[in-house]
Design a protein around this ligand. Structure first.
Ligand SMILES: Nc1ncnc2c1ncn2[C@@H]1O[C@H](COP(=O)(O)OP(=O)(O)OP(=O)(O)O)[C@@H](O)[C@H]1O
Length: 312
């Protein structure tokens, strides 16, 4: 199980010490108050770099024994001087090939990872420094990990999250009703998470990330492994919370149909460096060119970009 509160992974009955610094009372249907930077951006990432130190592994018994006594390390540069800013209400597609640094960026922006250098201001908070107050303003979905408690019914996880985030009762009930209806959760709320299909679980994960009415939603591969019906349902829901509630959304995905359906702006990284930040249409225009060939699909356009930037 995964949680942006590592200390919460221990027991479903554990109650997180509620932070009272940020006691804004807001409802899902109302606009939040948040601190916008002077340049009117909600998120400002400046010069973020992050490397990981990983142990070198060589094959063979001899090398394995040698490694017991003298371990060698190598540095993996996951992010190199990444900068961008995002305005309130935007949906941004954050794309790049495998290992580009997308999840690392999401982890930095959600306060899970501390960068080696650079700054990140989100709604006035530095995510990894102001974590307890900050996380009340964000929702995070990692498609490959779960924030729900595996052995208990979905509704029990939701109630625990309500306590963790200190969501007022009326706000919780109205959010639960809305999310249950729009994500079609009624029949699965009492089912233990481990018995859910991937698509059912993903709908519950998205609901869980929104129970506390966050202003920003980080979605890391939210449609991974979903069938066509579930993908469309998730996309429609993302569009709806953005349009109706003004939730700012940062979406990483390898499914370019997600990008095409949801994001006007894309940010592309490769090998840890930012390579493109702009309009999807600009990309189309650039790669469609003036040749007589048939219009390339969005997947083909992205492959051309990756080739041009030599990141595959
Ligand atoms: N905890 C870690 N320890 C060591 N290396 C890591 C760690 N997390 C990420 N990396 C490395 O950092 C680089 C970027 O990884 P990241 O998960 O951010 O990529 P990604 O763009 O999300 O990839 P994918 O699309 O495959 O999920 C990769 O080379 C990865 O191996």
């Amino acid at each position: 199980m995964f949680s942006i509160f590592p200390s919460l992974q221990i027991s479903p009955v554990f109650k997180f010490p509620i932070d009272n610094v940020c006691n804004r009372v807001i409802t899902f249907s109302s606009f939040r108050f948040y601190s916008i930077q002077e340049d009117k951006s909600l998120i400002t990432v400046s010069g973020i770099s992050k490397s990981f130190r990983v142990a070198k592994r060589s094959s063979g018994v001899k090398n394995a024994v040698k490694a017991l006594f003298r371990r060698e390390y190598t540095e993996v540069e996951a992010l190199n001087d990444i900068s961008f800013s995002i305005a309130p209400g935007e949906i941004v597609g954050y794309i790049g090939p495998n290992g580009a640094g997308k999840s690392t960026t999401i982890k930095v922006m959600s306060g899970i990872l501390v960068p080696d250098s650079g700054t990140c201001k989100i709604m006035g908070y530095t995510p990894w420094l102001d974590r307890v107050a900050y996380v009340k303003n964000i929702g995070v979905v990692f498609g490959q990990r779960s924030q729900l408690w595996w052995d208990v019914p979905v509704i029990d996880s939701f109630e625990l999250l309500r306590d963790i985030y200190d969501v007022p009762d009326a706000e919780y009930r109205s959010n639960l009703l809305l999310l249950t209806e729009t994500l079609d959760l009624e029949d699965i709320l009492r089912t233990p998470v481990r018995q859910l299909s991937l698509g059912q679980r993903m709908r519950c994960e998205i609901a869980a990330s929104l129970l506390h009415s966050p202003s920003i939603l980080f979605l890391d591969e939210p449609t991974i492994g979903l069938d066509a019906v579930s993908k469309i349902a998730v996309r429609e829901f993302i569009t709806r919370i953005n349009k109706e509630k003004g939730v700012t959304i940062i979406l990483t995905t390898h499914d370019m149909n997600d990008i095409e359906a949801l994001a006007r702006r894309i940010i592309m990284i490769g090998k840890g460096s930012l390579l493109f930040d702009g309009d999807l249409q600009t990309l189309r225009d650039k790669y469609i060119g003036d040749s007589a060939e048939t219009t390339p699909s969005i997947d083909e356009i992205i492959v051309r970009m990756y080739k041009e930037y030599q990141i595959t």
